[in-house]
Design a protein around this ligand. Structure first.
Ligand code: IPM
Ligand code: MN
Length: 349
């Protein structure tokens, strides 16, 4: 029986609650004869900063690197003062993450503004406008340096084309949806940085002749996502553009309550819901655990546990489609525990 070590970083706000729910689902997968998990729970986030003076202690980073995968709740990064640590940014760099992979699609039974979105945003997460290289020479001016390197662009582009290839295979030959990668830019203005990004994406595209490769300006892409969401398959973007577009995609699909993500590199990977810490509902036991449970499914797939991943996804879809047990954000009255219990009950392994 496969056994995996999972470094768990519950974080702040609703993070510990939703991570607890997802662990309940993973435990049910184990109990049904699936893989076993050895959890190593570590501290990170704003609460950790308040207790220990740093939001990502060395011990937590070392544990993350030692595990087969890292599983994260949510972190209040905006509350951490400069110099207090940046757990997400540090992990993305230290774990050599090639991209954050963020799928969005409409879910039967869940109302959404777009009825045919099924796309994945593949977002560079170590540089770009979020390079954290900022300075303020005087009181009236501040700069942020937008960094684009060929190496990071190449890694992210490759991840996008690999995703497109996997999605094409999963959809099967009979699907009428084209496998396509849309690289997003503003090269008319950001001539050097996005010039380099696009040049690199086009190079990688040549290695994947079966995948349609196209480019869009960021503004046009945002509009087209709203007007014609069904067009998009894999959206390949630099850090800030991808941050925004992944929220647009989640909003057009089933909302942040169901948006899962994976930050994947060659050696390490971490998994987290796209949503934040939701301080207004933290501690009340009413958060929607689905985004975190679906992130756990992405972790299972990364670990090679395809059957477990598919079973967890199917169980979430079944409970959502049934509609009787739902959290408040989805128009129901169930708490997180009740929803998790229903998902565990629907697991078919
Ligand atoms: C996300 C979040 C983070 C990001 C923040 C909290 C640093 O918005 O994961 O999308 O921009 O990467
Ligand atoms: Mn974001």
């Amino acid at each position: 029986m496969a056994k995996y070590s999972i470094c768990v970083l519950p974080g702040d706000g609703i993070g510990p609650e939703v991570v607890g729910c997802a662990r309940g689902v993973l435990d049910a997968v184990s109990a049904a004869g699936g893989p076993q998990f050895a959890y190593d729970e570590q501290s990170a986030g704003h609460g950790t900063f308040l207790e220990q003076g740093h939001a990502m202690p060395d011990a937590s980073m070392a544990a993350a690197k030692a595990a087969d995968a890292v599983f994260l709740g949510a972190m209040d990064v905006a509350q951490i003062p400069p110099g207090g640590g940046d757990p997400l940014g540090d992990m993305r760099i230290e774990l050599e993450v090639a991209a954050s992979v963020r799928p969005s699609r409409t879910i039967p039974g869940i109302p959404s503004p777009a009825d045919d979105i099924d796309c994945v945003v593949v977002r560079e997460v170590t540089e770009g406008l979020y390079s954290r290289d900022e300075y303020q020479p005087d009181d009236d001016t501040a700069y942020a340096i937008r960094v684009v390197t060929r190496e990071a662009s190449r890694r992210t582009a490759r991840m996008a084309f690999e995703q497109a290839t996997a999605r094409r295979r999963a959809r099967g030959a009979r699907s009428d949806k084209s496998a396509r990668v849309t690289a997003v830019h503003k090269v008319g203005v950001l001539k050097l940085t996005d010039g380099l990004f696009l040049e690199t994406c086009a190079e990688i595209a040549k290695e994947y002749p079966d995948i349609i490769y196209e480019t869009r300006n960021i503004d046009a892409c945002a509009m087209e996502m709203v007007r014609e969401p069904g067009h998009f398959d894999v959206i390949l973007a630099t850090n800030a553009f991808g941050d925004i577009l992944s929220d647009i995609a989640a909003g057009l699909a089933a909302g942040l309550g169901l948006a899962a993500s994976a930050c994947i590199g060659d050696r390490w990977a971490y998994f987290e819901p796209v949503h934040g810490t939701a301080p207004d509902i933290a501690g009340k036991g009413i958060a929607n655990p689905c985004a975190t449970i679906l992130s756990a499914a992405m972790m299972l797939r990364y670990l090679g546990e395809d059957a477990g991943a598919a079973a967890v996804e199917a169980a979430v879809l079944e409970v959502l489609a049934d509609g009787q047990i739902r959290t408040g954000d989805l128009g129901g009255t169930a708490g997180s525990a009740k929803m998790t219990e229903a998902i565990v009950g629907a697991l078919n392994l």
